[in-house]
Design a protein around this ligand. Structure first.
Ligand SMILES: CC(C)(COP(=O)(O)OP(=O)(O)OC[C@H]1O[C@@H](n2cnc3c(N)ncnc32)[C@H](O)[C@@H]1OP(=O)(O)O)[C@@H](O)C(=O)NCCC(=O)NCCS
Length: 177
């Protein structure tokens, strides 16, 4: 049966939050994207830096793609990271993914961006009762972030580098009318 929710839903962008703007990825985001894929700290729990050939292909693939968003600072429009929403083929749920440049960590930006994306998704995607996030079990910053937004750790999976899946339920994020 065909998905009733597309695998890469399209957020209505630009989407402003208090301190950020989420927008489509643009060709001139290339330097930020390249750092996201190659910075050893950003890639620490994701298998390390990617090769330049993979980076080149991936950057081009992200430009204008539904479900892939650039996180920018509202005050300066500086691009500071990436936010994604797409189908998690393992669980079948929609999944959020995220990564910011290290100089912008620990300021609440990831939390602010993800909460805005979740509010939009639960409001606009009627079939999305649960949205998940997968992260390596030893990725403490990512797990702290997910716990801070109220996500619940529901499953461990994977061999070798163990991963965990967190779930966020619509009822937590939308106030009933
Ligand atoms: C995970 C990541 C996006 C967090 O971004 P961030 O903007 O620093 O997170 P926030 O500032 O919004 O913090 C959210 C919560 O997590 C906590 N947190 C964030 N980083 C932390 C760390 N290194 N250690 C402990 N707690 C941390 C914050 O204290 C906050 O909790 P609180 O509201 O209870 O204080 C960032 O570390 C990152 O880009 N990492 C590399 C990419 C990555 O691993 N992505 C996940 C792949 S699955």
């Amino acid at each position: 049966m065909a998905d009733s929710v597309p695998s890469r839903p399209a957020l209505t962008v630009p989407l402003p939050t208090a301190r950020l703007v989420l927008r489509a990825v643009q060709p001139d985001d290339d330097p930020m994207l390249t750092r996201i894929w190659t910075d050893p700290d950003v890639r620490r729990y994701m298998g390390g830096p990617l090769s330049s050939e993979v980076v080149r292909h991936r950057n081009g693939d992200f430009v204008g793609k539904p479900g892939k968003y650039c996180v920018t600072l509202r005050a300066t429009l500086e691009p500071i990271g990436l936010l994604g929403i797409g189908r998690d083929h393992r669980s079948g749920h929609l999944e959020v993914s995220y990564g910011l440049l290290p100089e912008h960590w620990r300021r609440g930006y990831a939390q602010e961006a993800i909460l805005a994306l979740l509010a939009w998704a639960f409001e606009r995607l009627p079939d999305a009762d649960v949205i998940v996030a997968n992260t390596r079990a030893d990725n403490a910053p990512s797990r702290q972030l997910l716990q801070a937004i109220g996500a619940e750790c529901v499953e461990s999976f994977g061999e070798g580098d163990e991963s965990v899946m967190y779930a966020m339920a619509r009822r937590q994020f939308l106030t009933p009318p």
